[in-house]
Design a protein around this ligand. Structure first.
Ligand code: GLY
Ligand code: MN
Ligand code: MN
Length: 436
Protein backbone atom coordinates (compact mmCIF):
# COMPACT_ATOMS: atom_id res chain seq x y z
CA UNK A 1 0.00 0.00 0.00
CA UNK A 2 1.47 3.33 -1.01
CA UNK A 3 0.14 5.71 1.59
CA UNK A 4 2.47 8.56 0.54
CA UNK A 5 0.72 8.74 -2.81
CA UNK A 6 -2.63 8.63 -1.05
CA UNK A 7 -1.88 11.62 1.19
CA UNK A 8 -0.52 13.60 -1.77
CA UNK A 9 -3.58 12.77 -3.87
CA UNK A 10 -5.79 14.18 -1.08
CA UNK A 11 -3.81 17.42 -0.89
CA UNK A 12 -4.08 17.89 -4.63
CA UNK A 13 -7.81 17.13 -4.47
CA UNK A 14 -8.23 19.92 -1.90
CA UNK A 15 -6.03 22.23 -3.96
CA UNK A 16 -8.26 21.63 -6.98
CA UNK A 17 -11.21 23.04 -4.99
CA UNK A 18 -9.44 26.27 -3.96
CA UNK A 19 -10.34 29.54 -5.67
CA UNK A 20 -7.48 31.35 -7.43
CA UNK A 21 -5.29 33.39 -5.03
CA UNK A 22 -5.92 31.09 -2.09
CA UNK A 23 -4.03 29.63 0.81
CA UNK A 24 -5.28 26.68 2.84
CA UNK A 25 -3.91 26.24 6.35
CA UNK A 26 -4.36 23.32 8.72
CA UNK A 27 -2.62 22.89 12.02
CA UNK A 28 -1.76 19.91 14.17
CA UNK A 29 -3.61 19.74 17.45
CA UNK A 30 -1.38 20.43 20.51
CA UNK A 31 -0.50 17.75 23.00
CA UNK A 32 -2.98 17.49 25.88
CA UNK A 33 -1.97 17.22 29.52
CA UNK A 34 -3.57 14.40 31.49
CA UNK A 35 -2.28 15.50 34.88
CA UNK A 36 0.83 17.27 36.12
CA UNK A 37 3.25 17.18 33.22
CA UNK A 38 2.02 13.82 31.85
CA UNK A 39 0.40 13.96 28.45
CA UNK A 40 -2.26 11.75 26.88
CA UNK A 41 -0.93 9.55 24.09
CA UNK A 42 -0.78 11.86 21.10
CA UNK A 43 -3.53 11.39 18.54
CA UNK A 44 -3.45 13.70 15.49
CA UNK A 45 -6.57 15.66 14.60
CA UNK A 46 -8.20 13.70 11.81
CA UNK A 47 -8.41 16.35 9.08
CA UNK A 48 -4.81 17.42 9.58
CA UNK A 49 -3.67 13.80 9.48
CA UNK A 50 -5.90 13.03 6.47
CA UNK A 51 -4.06 15.62 4.38
CA UNK A 52 -0.56 15.57 5.83
CA UNK A 53 0.06 12.01 7.00
CA UNK A 54 1.90 13.52 9.99
CA UNK A 55 1.13 12.27 13.49
CA UNK A 56 3.21 14.81 15.42
CA UNK A 57 2.20 18.03 17.20
CA UNK A 58 3.59 21.48 16.34
CA UNK A 59 3.06 21.53 12.61
CA UNK A 60 1.15 23.55 10.01
CA UNK A 61 0.24 22.37 6.54
CA UNK A 62 -0.02 25.11 3.91
CA UNK A 63 -1.45 24.49 0.46
CA UNK A 64 -1.15 27.25 -2.14
CA UNK A 65 -3.56 27.50 -5.03
CA UNK A 66 -2.00 26.68 -8.39
CA UNK A 67 -1.75 30.31 -9.50
CA UNK A 68 0.27 31.08 -6.34
CA UNK A 69 2.75 28.30 -7.14
CA UNK A 70 0.73 25.28 -6.01
CA UNK A 71 3.21 24.11 -3.38
CA UNK A 72 2.28 21.95 -0.41
CA UNK A 73 4.43 23.18 2.45
CA UNK A 74 4.89 21.73 5.90
CA UNK A 75 6.12 23.76 8.84
CA UNK A 76 7.16 21.22 11.45
CA UNK A 77 9.68 20.37 14.15
CA UNK A 78 13.26 19.98 12.91
CA UNK A 79 14.97 16.84 14.16
CA UNK A 80 16.74 17.41 17.46
CA UNK A 81 18.93 14.64 18.92
CA UNK A 82 18.56 16.01 22.45
CA UNK A 83 14.76 16.12 22.34
CA UNK A 84 14.65 12.78 20.56
CA UNK A 85 16.69 11.22 23.37
CA UNK A 86 13.84 12.07 25.74
CA UNK A 87 10.72 11.99 23.61
CA UNK A 88 11.44 9.74 20.66
CA UNK A 89 11.75 10.03 16.91
CA UNK A 90 10.72 13.14 15.03
CA UNK A 91 10.14 13.18 11.29
CA UNK A 92 11.97 16.48 10.75
CA UNK A 93 12.09 18.68 7.68
CA UNK A 94 13.93 16.16 5.50
CA UNK A 95 11.35 13.52 6.42
CA UNK A 96 8.50 15.89 5.52
CA UNK A 97 9.83 15.96 1.96
CA UNK A 98 11.15 12.40 1.64
CA UNK A 99 8.42 10.56 3.58
CA UNK A 100 5.35 12.76 3.17
CA UNK A 101 6.08 14.11 -0.31
CA UNK A 102 5.82 17.76 0.73
CA UNK A 103 7.22 20.23 -1.80
CA UNK A 104 8.93 22.27 0.90
CA UNK A 105 9.44 22.10 4.66
CA UNK A 106 10.44 24.78 7.17
CA UNK A 107 10.83 24.87 10.95
CA UNK A 108 7.54 25.50 12.74
CA UNK A 109 9.30 28.30 14.64
CA UNK A 110 9.50 30.24 11.35
CA UNK A 111 5.79 29.94 10.55
CA UNK A 112 4.67 33.15 12.29
CA UNK A 113 7.40 35.17 10.64
CA UNK A 114 6.89 33.73 7.14
CA UNK A 115 3.08 33.77 7.13
CA UNK A 116 2.58 37.47 6.12
CA UNK A 117 4.66 36.93 2.97
CA UNK A 118 2.31 34.19 1.84
CA UNK A 119 -0.85 35.93 2.98
CA UNK A 120 -0.15 39.13 1.11
CA UNK A 121 -0.42 37.28 -2.19
CA UNK A 122 -3.73 35.71 -1.23
CA UNK A 123 -7.31 36.89 -1.34
CA UNK A 124 -8.90 33.83 0.26
CA UNK A 125 -7.78 31.94 3.36
CA UNK A 126 -9.14 28.47 4.04
CA UNK A 127 -8.66 27.35 7.65
CA UNK A 128 -10.54 25.40 10.34
CA UNK A 129 -11.75 28.65 11.90
CA UNK A 130 -12.47 28.51 15.60
CA UNK A 131 -11.09 25.02 16.10
CA UNK A 132 -7.40 25.64 16.75
CA UNK A 133 -7.13 29.00 18.52
CA UNK A 134 -3.37 29.18 17.99
CA UNK A 135 -3.78 29.02 14.21
CA UNK A 136 -6.53 31.68 14.27
CA UNK A 137 -4.19 33.88 16.28
CA UNK A 138 -1.27 33.35 13.88
CA UNK A 139 -3.48 34.39 10.95
CA UNK A 140 -4.88 37.38 12.82
CA UNK A 141 -1.37 38.54 13.74
CA UNK A 142 -0.23 38.23 10.13
CA UNK A 143 -3.28 40.23 8.98
CA UNK A 144 -2.47 43.00 11.44
CA UNK A 145 1.09 42.99 10.25
CA UNK A 146 0.01 43.44 6.63
CA UNK A 147 -2.55 46.13 7.43
CA UNK A 148 0.21 48.25 8.98
CA UNK A 149 1.93 48.25 5.61
CA UNK A 150 -1.10 49.48 3.65
CA UNK A 151 0.59 52.72 2.54
CA UNK A 152 3.36 50.69 0.98
CA UNK A 153 0.79 49.06 -1.30
CA UNK A 154 0.61 45.84 0.67
CA UNK A 155 -2.70 43.93 0.53
CA UNK A 156 -4.22 41.12 2.58
CA UNK A 157 -6.88 38.45 2.26
CA UNK A 158 -10.49 39.49 2.41
CA UNK A 159 -12.34 36.18 2.38
CA UNK A 160 -12.16 33.56 5.11
CA UNK A 161 -13.52 30.13 4.26
CA UNK A 162 -14.03 27.06 6.45
CA UNK A 163 -11.71 24.33 5.23
CA UNK A 164 -13.12 21.92 7.81
CA UNK A 165 -16.33 21.31 5.89
CA UNK A 166 -14.44 20.72 2.66
CA UNK A 167 -12.11 18.13 4.16
CA UNK A 168 -14.99 16.55 6.10
CA UNK A 169 -16.77 16.05 2.80
CA UNK A 170 -13.69 14.57 1.14
CA UNK A 171 -13.56 11.98 3.91
CA UNK A 172 -17.07 10.65 3.31
CA UNK A 173 -16.16 8.33 0.43
CA UNK A 174 -13.35 6.02 1.43
CA UNK A 175 -10.61 4.91 -0.94
CA UNK A 176 -9.68 1.27 -1.37
CA UNK A 177 -6.66 1.96 0.85
CA UNK A 178 -8.86 3.32 3.64
CA UNK A 179 -11.30 0.42 3.34
CA UNK A 180 -8.42 -2.02 3.73
CA UNK A 181 -7.37 -0.29 6.95
CA UNK A 182 -10.94 -0.28 8.25
CA UNK A 183 -11.43 -3.93 7.35
CA UNK A 184 -8.29 -4.71 9.31
CA UNK A 185 -9.42 -2.64 12.33
CA UNK A 186 -12.80 -4.40 12.29
CA UNK A 187 -11.36 -7.88 11.89
CA UNK A 188 -8.88 -7.33 14.72
CA UNK A 189 -11.69 -6.12 16.95
CA UNK A 190 -13.80 -9.13 15.98
CA UNK A 191 -11.06 -11.38 17.38
CA UNK A 192 -11.00 -9.35 20.60
CA UNK A 193 -14.81 -9.56 20.93
CA UNK A 194 -14.66 -13.33 20.42
CA UNK A 195 -11.98 -13.60 23.10
CA UNK A 196 -13.92 -11.63 25.71
CA UNK A 197 -17.09 -13.63 25.12
CA UNK A 198 -15.23 -16.68 26.38
CA UNK A 199 -13.42 -14.78 29.11
CA UNK A 200 -16.39 -13.08 30.80
CA UNK A 201 -17.94 -14.80 33.80
CA UNK A 202 -19.83 -13.90 36.99
CA UNK A 203 -17.61 -12.24 39.60
CA UNK A 204 -15.26 -10.49 37.21
CA UNK A 205 -15.49 -6.71 37.00
CA UNK A 206 -16.35 -4.80 33.88
CA UNK A 207 -12.85 -3.29 33.80
CA UNK A 208 -11.30 -6.75 33.73
CA UNK A 209 -13.29 -7.54 30.60
CA UNK A 210 -12.20 -4.18 29.21
CA UNK A 211 -8.56 -5.07 29.97
CA UNK A 212 -8.96 -8.39 28.18
CA UNK A 213 -10.45 -6.62 25.16
CA UNK A 214 -7.61 -4.08 25.05
CA UNK A 215 -5.06 -6.88 25.35
CA UNK A 216 -6.47 -8.79 22.41
CA UNK A 217 -6.73 -5.65 20.27
CA UNK A 218 -3.07 -4.99 21.02
CA UNK A 219 -2.12 -8.52 20.03
CA UNK A 220 -4.00 -7.91 16.78
CA UNK A 221 -2.00 -4.73 16.08
CA UNK A 222 -4.56 -2.18 17.29
CA UNK A 223 -2.60 -0.56 20.08
CA UNK A 224 -5.26 2.02 20.90
CA UNK A 225 -9.02 1.95 21.15
CA UNK A 226 -11.02 4.06 18.73
CA UNK A 227 -13.07 5.41 21.69
CA UNK A 228 -13.56 4.65 25.38
CA UNK A 229 -14.98 1.12 25.51
CA UNK A 230 -18.45 0.65 26.96
CA UNK A 231 -18.43 -2.51 29.09
CA UNK A 232 -21.82 -2.56 30.72
CA UNK A 233 -23.19 -5.40 32.82
CA UNK A 234 -26.93 -5.69 33.52
CA UNK A 235 -28.83 -2.41 33.71
CA UNK A 236 -25.65 -0.42 33.04
CA UNK A 237 -26.29 -1.32 29.39
CA UNK A 238 -29.25 1.08 29.52
CA UNK A 239 -26.81 3.99 30.01
CA UNK A 240 -25.95 4.60 26.37
CA UNK A 241 -22.45 6.00 26.90
CA UNK A 242 -21.56 4.09 30.08
CA UNK A 243 -17.75 4.16 30.33
CA UNK A 244 -17.19 3.79 34.08
CA UNK A 245 -16.75 0.03 33.63
CA UNK A 246 -16.36 -0.56 37.36
CA UNK A 247 -19.23 -2.86 38.36
CA UNK A 248 -18.99 -6.59 39.10
CA UNK A 249 -20.63 -8.94 36.57
CA UNK A 250 -23.60 -10.81 37.95
CA UNK A 251 -24.84 -14.27 37.15
CA UNK A 252 -28.04 -13.94 35.12
CA UNK A 253 -27.21 -10.50 33.69
CA UNK A 254 -26.38 -9.59 30.14
CA UNK A 255 -23.10 -7.88 29.29
CA UNK A 256 -23.01 -5.23 26.57
CA UNK A 257 -19.59 -4.48 25.09
CA UNK A 258 -19.33 -1.57 22.66
CA UNK A 259 -15.65 -1.43 21.77
CA UNK A 260 -13.42 -1.25 18.73
CA UNK A 261 -9.71 -0.97 18.08
CA UNK A 262 -8.12 1.75 15.99
CA UNK A 263 -5.71 0.77 13.23
CA UNK A 264 -3.52 3.40 11.54
CA UNK A 265 -5.96 5.93 13.02
CA UNK A 266 -9.00 4.23 11.44
CA UNK A 267 -11.82 3.22 13.79
CA UNK A 268 -13.92 0.17 14.24
CA UNK A 269 -17.06 0.39 16.38
CA UNK A 270 -18.67 -2.91 17.29
CA UNK A 271 -21.21 -3.93 19.93
CA UNK A 272 -22.20 -7.34 21.13
CA UNK A 273 -24.46 -8.25 24.02
CA UNK A 274 -24.26 -11.69 25.60
CA UNK A 275 -25.16 -13.44 28.87
CA UNK A 276 -22.52 -13.30 31.62
CA UNK A 277 -23.18 -16.97 32.45
CA UNK A 278 -23.35 -18.12 28.83
CA UNK A 279 -27.15 -18.75 28.64
CA UNK A 280 -29.80 -16.18 27.69
CA UNK A 281 -32.90 -16.16 29.88
CA UNK A 282 -36.17 -16.34 27.96
CA UNK A 283 -36.87 -12.60 28.39
CA UNK A 284 -33.30 -11.67 27.41
CA UNK A 285 -33.50 -13.90 24.34
CA UNK A 286 -36.76 -12.34 23.19
CA UNK A 287 -35.36 -8.81 23.39
CA UNK A 288 -32.06 -9.89 21.86
CA UNK A 289 -33.64 -11.64 18.88
CA UNK A 290 -35.88 -8.67 18.21
CA UNK A 291 -32.85 -6.36 18.04
CA UNK A 292 -31.04 -8.87 15.85
CA UNK A 293 -33.87 -9.14 13.32
CA UNK A 294 -34.02 -5.34 13.16
CA UNK A 295 -30.25 -5.10 12.70
CA UNK A 296 -30.18 -7.65 9.88
CA UNK A 297 -32.97 -5.75 8.11
CA UNK A 298 -31.12 -2.47 8.69
CA UNK A 299 -27.95 -3.87 7.14
CA UNK A 300 -29.93 -5.25 4.19
CA UNK A 301 -31.27 -1.73 3.56
CA UNK A 302 -27.77 -0.27 3.12
CA UNK A 303 -27.15 -0.02 -0.61
CA UNK A 304 -26.47 2.72 -3.15
CA UNK A 305 -29.43 5.01 -3.61
CA UNK A 306 -31.05 4.30 -0.23
CA UNK A 307 -31.46 7.39 1.97
CA UNK A 308 -29.81 7.53 5.40
CA UNK A 309 -33.11 7.66 7.31
CA UNK A 310 -34.43 4.58 5.52
CA UNK A 311 -32.27 2.32 7.73
CA UNK A 312 -33.84 3.74 10.86
CA UNK A 313 -37.28 3.56 9.26
CA UNK A 314 -36.88 -0.17 8.46
CA UNK A 315 -35.59 -0.94 11.94
CA UNK A 316 -38.29 1.09 13.70
CA UNK A 317 -41.01 -0.91 11.94
CA UNK A 318 -39.53 -4.18 13.18
CA UNK A 319 -38.70 -2.98 16.69
CA UNK A 320 -42.10 -1.35 17.25
CA UNK A 321 -44.03 -4.34 15.88
CA UNK A 322 -41.89 -6.64 18.06
CA UNK A 323 -42.42 -4.52 21.16
CA UNK A 324 -46.18 -4.72 20.60
CA UNK A 325 -45.97 -8.48 20.18
CA UNK A 326 -44.04 -8.81 23.44
CA UNK A 327 -46.56 -6.58 25.24
CA UNK A 328 -44.06 -3.81 25.91
CA UNK A 329 -46.02 -1.35 23.77
CA UNK A 330 -49.74 -1.34 23.17
CA UNK A 331 -51.54 -0.01 20.12
CA UNK A 332 -51.30 0.26 16.38
CA UNK A 333 -47.73 0.00 15.03
CA UNK A 334 -48.06 2.88 12.56
CA UNK A 335 -49.57 5.15 15.21
CA UNK A 336 -46.94 4.16 17.76
CA UNK A 337 -44.19 5.05 15.26
CA UNK A 338 -45.85 8.38 14.45
CA UNK A 339 -46.09 9.12 18.17
CA UNK A 340 -42.48 8.02 18.67
CA UNK A 341 -43.57 5.58 21.39
CA UNK A 342 -40.38 3.58 20.70
CA UNK A 343 -38.36 6.35 22.39
CA UNK A 344 -39.17 4.70 25.71
CA UNK A 345 -36.90 1.80 24.68
CA UNK A 346 -34.89 2.97 21.65
CA UNK A 347 -33.59 6.52 21.85
CA UNK A 348 -30.74 6.79 19.35
CA UNK A 349 -30.16 6.78 15.62
CA UNK A 350 -29.49 3.83 13.35
CA UNK A 351 -25.76 4.53 13.14
CA UNK A 352 -23.22 7.00 11.87
CA UNK A 353 -20.38 7.44 9.42
CA UNK A 354 -17.21 5.69 10.54
CA UNK A 355 -13.61 6.41 9.54
CA UNK A 356 -10.73 8.32 11.08
CA UNK A 357 -13.24 9.40 13.74
CA UNK A 358 -15.66 6.98 15.29
CA UNK A 359 -18.46 9.46 14.58
CA UNK A 360 -16.91 10.34 11.29
CA UNK A 361 -17.00 13.51 9.26
CA UNK A 362 -19.58 14.39 6.64
CA UNK A 363 -23.09 15.79 6.31
CA UNK A 364 -26.09 13.52 6.78
CA UNK A 365 -28.45 15.84 4.93
CA UNK A 366 -27.76 17.74 1.74
CA UNK A 367 -29.99 20.73 0.98
CA UNK A 368 -32.32 19.51 3.71
CA UNK A 369 -32.68 16.00 2.25
CA UNK A 370 -31.29 12.84 3.82
CA UNK A 371 -28.19 11.81 1.94
CA UNK A 372 -28.28 8.76 -0.32
CA UNK A 373 -25.75 5.98 0.22
CA UNK A 374 -22.91 5.76 -2.29
CA UNK A 375 -20.25 3.09 -2.76
CA UNK A 376 -17.29 3.74 -0.48
CA UNK A 377 -19.29 5.21 2.42
CA UNK A 378 -18.57 3.45 5.71
CA UNK A 379 -21.04 3.42 8.56
CA UNK A 380 -22.38 1.53 11.53
CA UNK A 381 -25.76 -0.17 11.89
CA UNK A 382 -26.59 -0.35 15.59
CA UNK A 383 -30.15 -0.76 16.82
CA UNK A 384 -30.78 -1.41 20.49
CA UNK A 385 -33.48 -1.77 23.12
CA UNK A 386 -32.98 -0.44 26.62
CA UNK A 387 -35.55 -1.16 29.30
CA UNK A 388 -34.98 0.98 32.36
CA UNK A 389 -34.54 -0.96 35.60
CA UNK A 390 -37.09 1.33 37.24
CA UNK A 391 -39.66 1.30 34.44
CA UNK A 392 -42.84 0.34 36.32
CA UNK A 393 -44.92 0.50 33.13
CA UNK A 394 -43.48 -2.86 32.01
CA UNK A 395 -43.56 -6.36 33.44
CA UNK A 396 -40.78 -6.96 35.99
CA UNK A 397 -39.12 -9.62 33.82
CA UNK A 398 -38.05 -7.00 31.25
CA UNK A 399 -36.59 -4.44 33.62
CA UNK A 400 -32.87 -3.70 33.34
CA UNK A 401 -32.41 -5.51 30.03
CA UNK A 402 -30.26 -3.51 27.60
CA UNK A 403 -29.24 -4.88 24.21
CA UNK A 404 -27.37 -3.29 21.32
CA UNK A 405 -25.93 -5.05 18.28
CA UNK A 406 -23.56 -2.98 16.14
CA UNK A 407 -21.61 -3.79 13.00
CA UNK A 408 -19.49 -1.78 10.59
CA UNK A 409 -20.35 -1.77 6.90
CA UNK A 410 -19.01 -0.31 3.67
CA UNK A 411 -21.41 0.49 0.85
CA UNK A 412 -20.53 -1.45 -2.31
CA UNK A 413 -21.88 -1.18 -5.86
CA UNK A 414 -24.54 -3.81 -5.09
CA UNK A 415 -25.28 -3.40 -1.39
CA UNK A 416 -22.82 -3.45 1.45
CA UNK A 417 -19.97 -5.48 2.89
CA UNK A 418 -20.05 -6.08 6.65
CA UNK A 419 -16.50 -5.35 7.80
CA UNK A 420 -17.16 -7.01 11.17
CA UNK A 421 -18.87 -10.02 9.55
CA UNK A 422 -16.68 -12.55 11.34
CA UNK A 423 -18.35 -11.83 14.68
CA UNK A 424 -21.10 -14.27 15.66
CA UNK A 425 -24.43 -12.84 16.73
CA UNK A 426 -27.23 -15.41 16.85
CA UNK A 427 -28.29 -16.74 20.25
CA UNK A 428 -27.28 -20.27 19.23
CA UNK A 429 -23.84 -19.17 17.99
CA UNK A 430 -23.13 -17.12 21.11
CA UNK A 431 -24.24 -19.86 23.53
CA UNK A 432 -22.22 -22.49 21.68
CA UNK A 433 -19.12 -20.26 21.57
CA UNK A 434 -19.37 -19.40 25.29
CA UNK A 435 -19.79 -23.07 26.22
CA UNK A 436 -16.49 -23.99 24.53
N1 GLY B 1 -19.42 3.62 20.37
C1 GLY B 1 -20.15 4.80 20.12
C2 GLY B 1 -21.23 4.56 19.17
O1 GLY B 1 -21.62 3.43 18.96
O2 GLY B 1 -21.70 5.46 18.53
MN1 MN C 1 -21.51 3.44 16.82
MN1 MN D 1 -20.46 1.72 19.32
Amino acid sequence: MNNRAEFKRRRLALQAQLKPRSIALLMARPEVLRNGDSTFTYRPESNFFYLSGLAEPEAVLMILSKDLGGQCILFNRPRDPKLERWNGFMLGLEGAVSELDMDEAYPITEFQQKLPNYLQQAQHVYAPWGRIPQLDQFIKNAQEDLKKQVRRGVSWPTEFIDVQRMVDEMRVIKSEYEIQLMRYAAQSSVKAHLAVMQYAKPGLHEYQVEAHFNYHCGLENCRLQAYSPIVAGGANACILHYIENTAPLRDGDLLLIDAGGEYNYYASDITRTFPVNGRFSEAQRQIYELVLVAQLAGIAAVKPGTAWNEVQHVMLQILTAGLVKLGLLKGNVTTLIEEKAFLQFYMHGSGHFLGLDVHDAGAYKIDGQWRLFEPGMTLTVEPGLYIDANDMTVDAKWRGIGVRIEDDVVVTSQGCEVLSAGLIKTVAEIEAWMAK
